[in-house]
Design a protein around this ligand. Sequence first.
Ligand code: E4P
Length: 218
Amino acid sequence: MKFFVDTADIAEIRALAELGMVDGVTTNPSLVAKSGRKMAEVIAEICSVVAGPVSAEVTATDSQGMLREGRFLARIAPNVAVKVPLTVDGLRACRELSGEGTAVNVTLCFSAAQALLAAKAGAAFISPFVGRLDDVGQEGMDLIAEIVAIYANYPNFRTEVLVASVRHPIHVVQAAKLGAHVATLPPGVLRALFNHPLTDKGLAAFLADWARTNQTIA
Ligand code: E4P
């Protein structure tokens, strides 16, 4: 399973990339706004740090505008994946950009039917938002199970399931059990994956016992 990091904070990306756990990055207009930086500048910098796909989202809502912005974003670096919303215009732009060889991440997916359309439009990634579904009382992970099962029926689909709006480590484990290709994780969730109180407790006990031996290993 690939881990993308869901942030436009370059310091966070650099720190997490050093752990060797970052296969790509996703951003969205809210995350870029939070960074306080220019979209093109921040995307270029992220692409220079991470070799895998870096999603940069269009903000136009008509397909012509999305194409103009998408082509601009795709020229920033070869590993840019253009992110478009799951609308009629978004899927039109997806088909066109994918045909030009640009990887497209179709975002704001909340149903299996929408995911089917994205695959037919040639998307490289479909981004179902599990946390936002959980927030409205729908089981977000059920959507991942549906999409994974549907895509498996059609081996000609090349679209990867990118689990988005991840809120905690259980989402990550559930997505992995379902065979989702990618999860995009807020930095805090990626860091939380490393932790278990029994690991800390066990290590402290081992080190205390070891200290009593007065040995060194090397
Ligand atoms: C990533 O591509 C999405 O934009 C992101 O995961 C949304 O997460 P949120 O629901 O926590 O804003």
